[in-house]
Write a protein of this length. Sequence first.
Length: 357
Amino acid sequence: MAKPASSRSGKTSSASSPPPAADHNRERPGEPKSYEASKDELLEFYRQMLLIRRFEERAGQLYGLGLIGGFCHLYIGQEAVAVGIQSALTPGADSVITGYRDHGHMLAYGIDPKLIMAELTGREAGISRGKGGSMHMFSVDHKFYGGHGIVGAQVSLGTGLAFGHKYNEDGGVCVAYFGDGAANQGQVYESFNMAALWKLPIIYVIENNQYAMGTSVQRSSAEDHFYRRGESFRIPGLQVDGMDVLAVRGATQEALEWVRAGKGPILLEMKTYRYRGHSMSDPAKYRSRDEVQHVRETSDPIEGVKKALAEAGVAEDEMKAIDAQIRKIVSEAADFAETSPEPAPGELYTDVLVEQY
Ligand SMILES: Cc1ncc(C[n+]2csc(CCOP(=O)(O)OP(=O)(O)O)c2C)c(N)n1
Ligand SMILES: [Mg+2]
């Protein structure tokens, strides 16, 4: 006969008996509600998403002109995720970490577009002094901890940031973004285990844009409902329409409430889509043009907010004027990034760890 196993509550149960009922009844976050935005908030969401889109379009052009070296991963299509989440965070208190598709996140956190574009073109004025490029942008001032090229690494690092928030009792929450592909990495689950054990203040955000480079979720993921990926660590998850900025904001508030109440980590699966290739060098032959066109026509995040604005009585002309302002900001950022000086050769020797430890 199987030896009785000890349950978490300390009571014993037979190994063959079902798990204690309490496991199934354990507390879960409420159903997230769509955020009810005021007209001004909607306008701000529109502005921020448009800024990301126009910025990324211009970055794509600069890359084509040979002004951006190295890799360049655009965020077009996913704008509602970063904008909706960021709008719910407390600037200066909460920390953020993400992968290499990071320009949109930095813009959503209010970082000057000029400094981001100048980083792309490798200039001294860039946010990482032109030495990080597209994938390695960093701003401690904004509690934005990168920009990481190693798939999944930001999940462990973000868990460490959350540990820091708890240890220092600073009230902050870490938001760690990663992709559907990264979600299949081993270190993600080691991090989940520690975060759940220590009830760390972290929101794990899986940006499920349906593809990891050229591999679709269906071909790579045995459990493609990513919000369930924390279940065996008792981390609850919510699946969210990541193309709807109001749904994203509503779910983030629910998640923040959970984490700030000291209940430990929570997972948000953002169902989203990227319109461009994985990076600028991807011809995207693994999917049809029709597939992309269909998403653009039926669930574009910016068009969704435009519709809501029209319903709230905002005139088409006002929206066009915002677009013109945004184009101007992006043009100025591009001019700055093309004309500002490159770092002096001496910069090669700064920010390099030389001590032994
Ligand atoms: C550890 C590691 N393995 C492989 C790669 C190569 N690689 C770069 S991006 C990527 C796909 C990641 O896809 P996903 O997590 O879905 O993010 P997305 O690009 O869709 O935002 C891979 C395999 C890498 N950078 N790091
Ligand atoms: Mg992906």
